[in-house]
Design a protein around this ligand. Structure first.
Ligand SMILES: Cc1ncc(COP(=O)(O)O)c(C=O)c1O
Length: 469
């Protein structure tokens, strides 16, 4: 008899991938300016630490919510007691309004259609539990967030079938890639229940275009399946083209209230836009009452604590604060993004043009010894152990083309990012020097071989001439 369950012992959680291994290596030897200056710099963690001062100054100016008070009176007992598991109404209203504000108030969100969850991790898994059975499939464009293997597959038993996107069109979703993924699922005898996209994309740092979103809506309506749009990075869009939510596309196509709209679900969280992953605040937004009802019951497994809801309802209801925060945070992300792109360029490395997120999708194909995932892994190990940077290899994001890496830029100081770029440039210099030496050696040896072969040729020619004589 097995002493543990299959779930506990199987490895479909994907947590042994290089994405998580890199974190473990970082934990063993983390960079610290004074105490460990040669340690590993963490560039594999999509955290936003650029706007903490804005949050801290709001807290300093508004001490009541964080100290369990309202109008000078303690609300400790009220918050300490068991709350309605549907969430504090004031918080749901504030969160719904914040989601609309990020989308330029072009769409609105009904608080009653929101289900609060402990982060987008919980929200994504709960949605899968609501929409699919064990053995069903969801189609996801590659490259995708490595945590999805754990969040969507592990406990639900649902399969992920990749929609293969490539660098030939900047990793955009095409009709043929969607159809091929659908066909592949059918060939594997999997029933497709939906498509899940991340908009803006992790790891690409790009937003979906209107034509991609139109294509997705058309695809799910023709197949009668669901669309989950994970919009956890919606507030990080710092450059044009701006962010377009699938909710706006439904509105533009006059599909609000339709059967199709009922099959479109949005996932959100404050982990990235507000930089609060430790607070565990996420949500599902669905137009389907049944989904909202079931997900609300399931949310008992991952509620947001009442003091967090209380604090954040005050913060998010402060409209002066939210509008300043959103624009200032985007400016800071843009500056940091530009700094990484310039640093990479200086080292002779390019990346996908991006307009959002906390990372760049970096092209190091030219540094691979061969066009294989083994070579990608070799390069990753060199960057991790010799250069001292933890970046995430494309393979961990299920990218089809070896040589792409995700590099995060918002979880460290400017100085640390500078140092990371210096380390990378030094590595590229010595890499190029070695390559040049190697090439020189080859040229010399080829020259020797060719003069030898000339000599052999001449010799045999002379011999033949002598024979002929
Ligand atoms: C696309 C995406 N979805 C979900 C998550 C999980 O977020 P949370 O911290 O809210 O659980 C992440 C975290 O990196 C992510 O990148």
């Amino acid at each position: 008899m097995d002493i543990l369950s299959k779930k506990a012992t199987c490895n479909s959680h994907g947590q042994d991938s290089s994405y998580f291994q890199g974190w473990e290596e970082y934990e063993k030897n983390p960079y610290a300016e004074v105490t460990n200056p040669t340690g590993i710099i963490q560039m594999g963690l999509a955290e936003n630490q650029l706007s903490f001062d804005l949050l801290e100054s709001w807290l300093a100016n508004n001490p009541e919510p964080a100290s369990f008070k309202r109008n000078g009176k303690s609300v400790f007992r009220e918050l300490a007691l068991f709350q309605d598991y549907r969430g504090l109404p004031a918080f749901k209203r504030a969160l719904a309004d914040f989601m609309a504000e990020i989308r330029g108030n072009k769409v609105s969100f009904k608080p009653d259609n929101l289900v609060l969850m402990a982060g987008a991790t919980s929200a994504n898994e709960t949605l899968i539990f609501c929409l699919a059975e064990e053995g069903d499939a969801f189609l996801i464009p590659t490259p995708y967030y490595p945590g999805f293997d754990r969040d969507l597959k592990w406990r639900t038993g649902v399969e992920i079938v990749p929609i293969h996107c490539t660098s030939s069109n900047n990793f955009q979703i095409t009709k043929s890639a969607l159809e091929e993924a659908y066909l592949e699922a059918q060939t594997r005898n999997l029933r497709v229940k939906g498509v899940l996209v991340t908009n803006p994309s992790n790891p690409l740092g790009t937003t979906l275009t209107r034509s991609e979103l139109d294509l997705l809506v058309k695809f799910i309506s023709s197949k009668g399946i669901h669309l989950i749009s994970d919009e956890i990075y919606s507030g990080t869009v710092f450059d044009s083209p701006g962010f377009l939510s699938v909710m706006e596309v439904l509105k533009n196509q006059k599909l609000e209230g339709s059967e199709i709209a009922k099959r479109v679900h949005v996932v959100y969280s404050l982990s990235k836009d507000l930089g609060l992953p430790g607070f565990r605040v996420g949500a599902i937004y669905s137009n389907d009452e049944m989904v909202v009802g079931a997900a609300t019951k399931m949310s008992s497994f991952g509620l947001i604590s009442s003091q967090t809801q209380y604090l954040l309802s005050a913060l998010l209801s402060d409209k002066k604060f939210t509008s300043n925060y959103i624009s200032e945070n985007q400016k800071r992300l843009r500056r940091r993004h530009d700094m990484l792109v310039a640093g990479l360029e200086n080292a002779g490395i390019g990346c996908l043009k991006s307009n959002s997120g906390l990372f760049c999708w970096v092209d190091m194909r030219h540094l691979l010894a061969s066009k294989t995932f083994e070579a990608e892994m070799d390069l990753w190990k060199k960057i991790l152990f010799q250069v001292g940077l933890n970046v995430s290899p494309g393979a961990s994001c299920h990218c089809q083309e070896p040589g792409w890496f995700r590099m995060c830029f918002a979880n460290m100081s400017r100085e640390t990012l500078d140092l990371a770029m210096v380390r990378l440039k030094t590595f590229i210099y010595s890499y190029n020097a070695k390559k040049l030496n190697y090439r020189d050696a080859r040229v010399r040896s080829r020259a020797r071989t060719s003069s030898l072969s000339n000599w052999v040729f001449r010799l045999s020619f002379d011999e033949r001439e002598a024979e002929e004589r």
